[in-house]
Write a protein that binds this ligand. Structure first.
Ligand SMILES: *[C@@H]1O[C@H](CO)[C@@H](O)[C@H](O)[C@H]1NC(C)=O
Ligand SMILES: *[C@@H]1O[C@H](CO)[C@@H](O)[C@H](O)[C@H]1NC(C)=O
Ligand SMILES: *[C@@H]1O[C@H](CO)[C@@H](O)[C@H](O)[C@H]1NC(C)=O
Ligand SMILES: [Fe+2]
Length: 595
């Protein structure tokens, strides 16, 4: 494995100079961060930038997708990041291998996975010894047949696939038997649409992707805000495969549950490979452009580098663990590792995941009609927004203090040649919808851009990845990554368990999900609370930025308590969901990207 060698070769130099190892000319000085026009460093830093440009080059995307670093400095940064990333994965692998040993000894209790209830036994006192100490999200193993649990997954576990249909603008993507809709929703499909109560998820783009030995449909589905209860609920799922059946809650319990699982197979694939494009690719491309334009003494570079902790190590690891032939995607998904690469690259290139400004946190949710909708009722509960907003607001407050302390007015933003060069360079690097040098004119715009990068690498990422797979997003029986029996051509399924992963590969599958968990980070200096709490970086920042970090940390501590104290209410719900969602605990989730 190529990158293992690189790690060994650079480990020493990384340890010796954790922050500034690649700007040799200033490594021993570590001057305060400053904007480029501050003499006497201006000449020295120009030389530093020129050197970086000569040695940090754009290469082919590792594992597909937009550019990855190359050149001497580019490869050195990948190697240094790989050392961090691989070490964290190796520590996790030790934990999950121990749990795997226990799970294997307990194989008899899974009863050969004959029933759905047997699937819940896979997590009964399993994987909790080390790798998943907090266990599966409460409710996920007891309430998984409830429609509200399934629909609210769209607003928490993967909040990136659903959108509201807009009356007068969207037409109905498919028609559902009208008396069935009337029975389920109390009104017609077209009136739900005209009232702005109809929502849609479209995974039809998965139908043309190369397949594996496993099975998956290419579902699209309706969700709606109930006129009677105001709850957000599922209405219909169409498979777009084989007989192209349309399922609704009026079907038999077995048929409808299988339909929800078929949808989840597609949504799981979407969640994982959308996140690769939307968080990793976007942040990496922006950072590569930053490396080539901002001096290591630029305060914006200082903050961005902190956010990108270990980031370049992740794609090389994904090639080895996920994408390779007979890797974990080939083995546990309905579509191959190659298909996943194609899908991520497409979502990046068409802007759905790749666009920068139009995917700013609230802009993205507004565009999909999930917040501030001008039509229809507001969502009664939107857990992802609720939790992510608190973190986003605190990030933005920190970034605001930071930017305003270095830029005394908007003119200084326009006048910062390095910053403006970054804007131009980002397009060259392959960034989509990045602010251009002709549009980046205010401190507010810079604040929005940096806040977005911090949001992507933390909140946005960890909602769909990291600990979330083994605690919720990938938990059986409701959330399979593939079916193991072909999609039925008629309704009337008798045993849904027949469609799920058999006992043979199941522990491999769970351990693969465990590889993404980072239980050792909880409570450590690697959590989101510490996003800006880098002693060396802060020592080179101004006092306003240091004070802003102290404030950020105490706000995140408080939010951690809010999330930790979350319980079911008298209705058995939490944030309006029949499961307890605690993924965005700032004292558990890391601040930076992980594999
Ligand atoms: C969901 O599951 C939890 C834990 O098993 C239970 O306490 C709660 O009442 C359930 N909620 C509903 C709505 O059934
Ligand atoms: C593919 O991977 C699986 C699971 O890791 C393994 O059991 C199997 O032997 C591999 N097959 C080949 C052909 O390498
Ligand atoms: C976290 O703390 C440990 C132990 O003090 C230290 O070795 C490590 O470098 C720190 N990590 C980060 C990312 O600050
Ligand atoms: Fe990731």
């Amino acid at each position: 494995m190529r990158f293992i060698g690189l790690i060994a070769a650079t480990a020493v130099s990384v340890a010796a100079a954790p922050l500034n190892h690649h700007e040799v000319s200033t490594r021993d000085i570590l001057p305060p961060f400053s904007l480029p026009d501050v003499a006497p460093l201006s000449t020295l830093r120009a030389v530093g930038v020129t050197t970086k440009r000569a040695t940090f080059l754009y290469g082919p995307g590792i594992g597909g997708g937009p550019t990855s670093p190359t050149g001497a400095l580019g490869l050195a940064l990948i190697a240094a990041d790989s050392a961090l990333t691989d070490t964290e994965l190796a520590a996790e692998a030790v934990l999950s291998t121990a749990d795997r040993g226990v799970a294997t000894l307990d194989i008899a209790k899974y009863n050969n996975l004959k029933t759905l209830d047997d699937y819940t036994k896979l997590y009964d006192d399993e994987w909790v010894q080390s790798t998943n100490p907090t266990g599966v999200m409460p409710g996920m193993l007891t309430n998984y047949t409830q429609d509200l649990l399934f629909s609210m997954e769209r607003l928490s576990l993967n909040p990136y696939s659903v959108r509201r249909l807009i009356p007068g603008q969207d037409s109905l993507p498919f028609i559902v038997d009208s008396s069935t809709v009337q029975n389920v929703a109390g009104t017609s499909l077209s009136s739900l649409l005209s009232q702005g109560r109809l929502f849609y998820v479209d995974h039809r783009d998965q139908s043309s992707l190369p397949r594996t030995a496993q099975f998956g449909a290419a579902c699209d589905a309706y969700f709606y805000i109930s006129p009677s209860s105001g709850a957000f609920l599922p209405l219909a799922i169409r498979t777009n495969y084989g007989s192209n059946l349309i399922y609704t809650p009026a079907d038999s319990a077995n048929d409808w549950l299988l339909a929800k699982m078929m949808f989840n197979v597609n949504d799981f694939f979407h969640g994982q490979f959308h996140h690769l494009a939307n968080t990793h690719f976007v942040a990496e491309v922006a950072f590569q452009a930053a490396v080539r334009t901002l001096s290591d003494n630029h305060p914006v570079y200082g903050v961005f580098k902190r956010l990108m902790y270990g980031a370049f190590g992740i794609r090389p690891l994904a090639v080895v663990v996920l994408f390779r032939q007979n890797g974990s995607i080939d083995n546990f998904f309905a579509h191959s590792g190659g298909a996943a690469q194609t899908y991520s690259a497409t979502l990046y290139n068409n802007g759905v995941a790749g666009a920068v400004q139009s995917n700013y946190f609230e802009t993205n949710l507004r565009r999909r009609g999930l917040i501030g909708s001008t039509v229809g009722p507001a969502l009664k509960s939107f857990p992802f927004y609720e939790d992510a907003l608190v973190i986003h607001n605190s990030i933005k407050k920190f970034i605001t203090s930071f930017v305003n302390s270095y830029y005394s007015n908007d003119a200084t933003v326009v006048g910062d040649a390095e910053l403006q060069a970054w804007m131009g360079e980002a397009v060259t690097a392959g960034s989509i919808d990045f602010p251009s040098s002709s549009t980046m004119k205010t401190r507010g715009q810079l604040i929005d851009l940096l806040s977005h990068m911090a949001h992507l690498v933390s909140t946005s990422h960890h909602t769909v990845n990291t600990n979330n797979l083994i605690t919720g997003g990938g938990v059986l029986p409701l959330n399979p990554s593939a079916l193991y029996k072909d999609i039925p051509t008629a309704k009337g399924v008798t045993n849904v368990a027949d469609y799920l992963i058999p006992v043979g590969p199941v522990l491999d599958m769970i351990q693969n999900q465990a590889f993404f968990s980072r239980p050792l980070i909880a409570g450590s200096n690697r959590t989101l609370i510490n996003m800006f709490n880098d002693a060396i970086m802060l020592s080179r920042m101004n006092s306003a930025t240091r004070a802003a970090n102290t404030k950020f940390m105490s706000e995140m501590q408080a939010q951690s308590q809010v999330v930790k104290n979350r319980k079911f209410d008298a209705q058995g719900l939490s944030q309006g969901m029949p499961f307890l969602w605690q993924s965005l605990d700032p004292n558990v989730a890391p601040w930076s990207l992980t594999i």
